[in-house]
Design a protein around this ligand. Structure first.
Ligand SMILES: [Zn+2]
Length: 273
């Protein structure tokens, strides 16, 4: 697409030369049609691209500092309905180099949603748009490398530990639990502890969630019942700090429990004997 020097484009200066009616016709005609440049990567020669680049140098982007009106936003939305996202299925469409550049340019910039919240309306729209979609991570247990898991874990270190933090999952971390640490065992521990948090003695019903089963020595593979204790989420969170203090306290508690059980057994033995 090259023009001779001195050539005047037929529509030069003719902004808004089309009537409202003919513009509507054009828009109706092109509805559902693919974009003129669809699939045409590389339609411009090196030379043309360079010329375009030169012509745009110093110009600010057409929309800089402006905002789309509600009306044009609505139009844009309508024109995209039913279209497939340009990057759908293009996993790995960026080269290593491009990704590095993207990552560099994004570093230090706050996320565009930082400090903002989606409105209820936006949330509803979002949820509707995703209805029927399969979550990206469905069926991908253990799809993260150990290195990635460690990075994720490190990045959360020092974060506020509280029930209100949506990241808080009752002390669960990425460390792997032993196989025997299953629901059956956890329920057995909760039964033993009469379904009460062993620090604040709040009951499971009061808290409306199942109690967490805590590993007293913090070794997630040591699933001996004497190493396990029921805690509510809040106390489980507390128990992650000052570990030595908690280990000593819990060990005493469990010891006391086992003594009580022994005494009760002794009682039974006495009465029966
Ligand atoms: Zn508690």
């Amino acid at each position: 697409m090259t023009f001779k020097k001195g050539y005047t484009p037929w529509n030069k200066g003719l902004t808004n030369h089309l009537s409202e009616e003919s513009r509507k016709k054009m828009s109706d005609n092109s509805k559902g049609l693919p974009a003129w440049n669809k699939g045409k990567t590389g339609v411009y020669s090196e030379e043309t691209l360079e010329a375009m680049g030169r012509a745009n140098k110093g110009r600010s982007p057409a929309m800089k500092g402006k905002k789309h009106t509600e009306k044009s936003k609505k139009k844009m939305r309508e024109s995209h309905i039913g279209q497939i996202a340009w990057n759908k299925g293009l996993t790995g469409c960026y080269s290593e180099e491009t990704r590095l550049q993207m990552s560099k340019s994004a570093k230090g910039k706050p996320s565009h949603m930082k400090g903002k919240h989606h409105t209820d309306e936006a949330k509803r729209k979002n949820s509707e748009a995703h209805k029927g979609n399969i979550p990206w991570n469905k069926g991908k247990t253990n799809h993260l490398s150990n290195e990635t898991l460690k990075q994720m874990s490190d990045s959360h270190k020092g974060q506020k530990c509280s029930d209100k933090n949506p990241m808080w999952q009752g002390g669960k971390s990425f460390e792997v639990y032993g196989k025997e640490f299953n629901n059956k065992l956890k329920e057995k521990i909760r039964d033993r502890d009469q379904h009460k948090c062993q620090i604040c003695f709040k009951s499971e019903c009061e808290d409306k969630t199942k109690l967490s089963v805590h590993h007293i020595d913090y070794n997630k593979k040591n699933n001996n019942i004497n190493n396990l204790i029921s805690l509510c989420k809040k106390c489980h969170c507390k128990a992650n700090g000052k570990r030595d203090k908690w280990i000593a306290l819990f060990e005493l508690m469990v010891l006391y429990k086992s003594i009580r059980v022994t005494i009760r057994r002794g009682d039974t033995w006495l009465h029966n004997g």
